[in-house]
Design a protein around this ligand. Sequence first.
Ligand code: PLP
Length: 395
Amino acid sequence: MTRALPYGRQLIEDDDIAAVVAVLRSDALTGGPAVTGFETALRSVTGARHAVACSSGTAALHLAAMALELGPGDAVIVPSVTFVATANAARYVGAEVVFADVDPATGLMEPQHLEAALKRCGTARPRAVFPVHLNGQCVGMAELGELARRRGLFVVEDACHALGSVQGGRLTGACSSSDMAVFSFHPVKTVAMGEGGAVTTADDRLAERLRLYRSHGITREAADFLQPAEAFDAGGQPNPWYYEMARPGFNYRASDINCALGTSQLAKLARFKTRRTELVEAYGAALAPLAPLVQPVGRRPDCVPSWHIQVVRIDFAAAGTNRAKVMRALAERGISTQVHYLPVHRQPYYRALYSDTALPGADAYYDRCLTLPLFVGMENAEVERVVAALKAVLS
Ligand SMILES: *Cc1c(COP(=O)(O)O)cnc(C)c1O
């Protein structure tokens, strides 16, 4: 009996369940020690100075945009091959999105794509770039970070695909060449916490702002109070009930329930990464005979990826078929596939907002990409099964 294969899924084990149950039996379901525990664990696996947990990767992106005080009149450069949330974060704060092209083989933004996008900012002031570490492979951050620094741009890495990836000898999330990095812990990502996200940074002031905006923009720090007459009593002591909000934030907190799961899962990151790498290698070997019709996603030499998804590039036209037919035929065999991603600049919202940008690299990547099943609980024999099915469907 063959089982249905999703393109990605979580692996939850008994100790993960026990960690969540322990929180459910404790006093704090939110705002408690499991949240700070998760942040400490994330700092240790990323090498970050600060980690701020929040309710999703999308919330993390929004918090990063707020912490940088991006707003109307500002331009944010975003590669078009990403999840919509990367671009939307700029729109949440009223900034303009300028889409960058990507390498058609890797889907990654390179410095020349950033340079080209900077020339398309029009009247908006370029303030930030949000590079995306697609599929678990990293953008060349040393080079891109250097270019950004020369152009006076903030850098926020969308590392939602790349927890555990190492590039140029540096862990993703340490922010060696960026201001912040953003993670998601949605169940399809490498580490699951239900819904959850985080921002890492080496910058104390940014970390403080992230924490502020994560919880309504409310502060109880006496040193930050702007209205001393209301904040302090006659003896100069802060009034015990008093808090202040200088700028509205959101409720983007992560609960202790989610964070307990996240901490338990983070402890397994090395094992998850190893298993995903083994599966990707098995795919590589099994797919080799299907070249050049089917090729794994292009590799960057300086990155040791913590693979998030298994993307292949298929020349559907040369195979005399199209992607819809292939996806449906694989689905009939119990194999779920996906497309990561429909280039964001082609979404109706962005097409209506900005006149259509020609991004040939993004279009070429999109035309061929297909995401095959990859998850920690997958068997090597199932890799063989997927590749055999793909071969049958294409011939
Ligand atoms: C998943 C993902 C997000 C959003 O994360 P959520 O936790 O689902 O909000 C953002 N960017 C990329 C590249 C993602 O893959």
